[in-house]
Design a protein around this ligand. Structure first.
Ligand SMILES: [Fe+2]
Ligand SMILES: [Fe+2]
Length: 471
């Protein structure tokens, strides 16, 4: 199914046949462009960026590559085509045909799920808006902008659902997506990790590794939804999300490799004097991003999460591949519990532990990339290993909220936490050091000194290809 790019809003949902909806989205479009102008990547409207644009949603060859100005990017509404005879795979309605319209009794819950997901998309663009000023290479600059325009499209995807299926309050929610802003003290974004600033490229690579991976797991759980338009929207978003995580993983890998080269060359762990980011600092950034991302999954035990599952609105990761009854009325699992000075477990209804299940799948997926970083470090002959901190470390949501713990899960008092937290988290000095390395490199094929070049360019282009043209 190909998409007509002559339409004001490219789409594969027959917008032209629904005049009311088309008009509503056409009214939202200028506000979106205004938002991009005000809060999208700073001072970039004249750049021509080698971007990929979705031209069809088939598995094969959905992308088209070419230089475009970002404000002219063809943001549109693309859903994976419906699967004939699809049935709800879990919960009370298991086995019933999927819903093509919002079931009235679940309207509030579905809207909350769409709004919460939608809010993260423009938030990340806002968080990353200044990074273009300090790109380590043209290749990286292009990747940043690719991620940014696709997050913009993800907002379009969620706004389409709000407009098409939630009437007047959906339209109001769509407007509010452009009114809340990352880090705004009065109107912040809904989730805390999306209010943190992302002002350096190490943070950007961590963001696309950890926050975008949270995106992958949330989208995968929503792709199981019995509400078919949500499922189909999220399925297509997942194909874009994969690139964001590639940017994160390959970015961290390149920093690690450069650091190892400097360690070997100068025979020291402390490579700061040579313009590299020491592994200890990389570990602190991992600790920070991973811990704030675990908060995105919500409380280990949650009635809302149980309801979303039983109602058939949000499934588990790869729901249909799990070997159980997909109703879970009598199933139990162990959830963490604070027992005095140590972390124990208790038995909980599996239904209430949906957030924990998704978080644990996320943790496994996060570990896989770390294994690859560690293999690279070992290949350079070094014994240091990067690790994920324990889920009890640096948490603001769930059972660990009220305690302090080391990355190894030892519970410690407030005084010790205050005294030692910068052993584990980036200190203001660490951040200032990383920031001091952020000088723009825009000569084609050249790389900043703290990062190794990528293995290959984008879409078969050489590394010294002019990925971004400045005018
Ligand atoms: Fe996204
Ligand atoms: Fe993303």
């Amino acid at each position: 199914m190909s998409i007509d790019y002559n339409e004001a809003i490219p789409n594969n949902v027959d917008l032209a046949d629904d005049r009311r909806l088309l008009r509503a989205l056409e009214r939202w479009q200028p506000a979106y462009l205004q938002w991009w102008d005000n809060l999208g990547p700073v001072e970039t409207s004249d750049f021509e960026v080698y971007l990929r644009t979705a031209i069809s949603v088939d598995a094969k060859g959905w992308a088209h590559y070419g230089h475009v100005r970002m404000p002219e990017y063809r943001w549109g509404v693309f859903l994976t085509p419906p699967e004939k005879g699809r049935k709800i795979a879990f919960g009370q309605h298991k086995g019933e045909p999927v819903w093509t319209d919002v079931p009235g009794e679940y309207r509030t819950e579905l809207r909350r799920l769409v709004v919460t997901q939608g809010d993260t998309e423009p938030a990340s663009v806002e968080q990353q808006r200044r990074l273009g000023k300090t790109c380590p290479s043209l290749y990286d600059l292009r990747n940043l902008f690719q991620v940014n325009v696709e997050e913009g499209r993800h907002l379009w995807a969620m706004v389409y659902l709000l407009h098409a299926h939630f009437g007047r309050d959906g339209r109001e929610e769509a407007n509010e997506m452009l009114e809340r802003h990352a880090g705004d003290p009065d109107k912040p974004r809904i989730l805390e990790a999306f209010n943190e600033s992302t002002d350096d490229w190490l943070s950007f690579f961590m963001f696309t590794y950890f926050q975008d991976r949270d995106g992958k797991f949330q989208l995968a759980a929503l792709a199981e939804s019995g509400f078919d338009p949500l499922s189909r929207t999220c399925q297509f978003m997942l194909t874009e999300e994969a690139h964001h995580m590639f940017v994160g993983e390959s970015g961290i890998m390149r920093v690690v490799k450069r650091t190892c080269e400097l360690m070997r060359e100068h025979d020291t762990d402390n490579v700061r004097a040579y313009g590299g980011i020491d592994l200890a600092t990389i570990q602190k950034f991992i600790n920070f991003h991973y811990s704030i991302c675990l908060d995105l999954f919500g409380s280990e035990r949650s009635t809302n999460a149980a309801n979303y599952y039983s109602m058939g609105l949000k499934g588990r990761y790869q729901e249909t591949k799990i070997d159980d009854d997909h109703v879970l009325a009598d199933a139990h699992v162990l959830t963490p519990r604070i027992e005095g000075n140590h972390i124990g477990t208790e038995e909980s209804a599996a239904l209430t532990a949906m957030n924990l299940k998704l978080r644990e799948d996320y943790a496994k997926d996060s570990q896989r990339g770390l294994n690859r970083f560690n293999k690279a470090i070992a290949e350079y002959g070094f014994g240091t290993r990067l690790t994920l901190p324990d889920p009890a470390f640096n948490r603001n949501i769930g059972v660990f909220r009220d305690i302090n713990a080391t990355p190894e899960d030892k519970i410690i008092g407030d005084d010790e936490w205050q005294a030692r937290r910068y052993e584990w988290l980036p200190s203001p000095d660490d951040r200032a050091f990383v920031q001091s390395l952020m000088v723009p490199v825009t000569e084609p094929g050249k790389m900043a000194g703290w990062i190794a070049p990528p293995k290959r360019g984008i879409h078969g282009k050489p590394l010294d290809f002019v990925y971004v043209l400045f005018y």
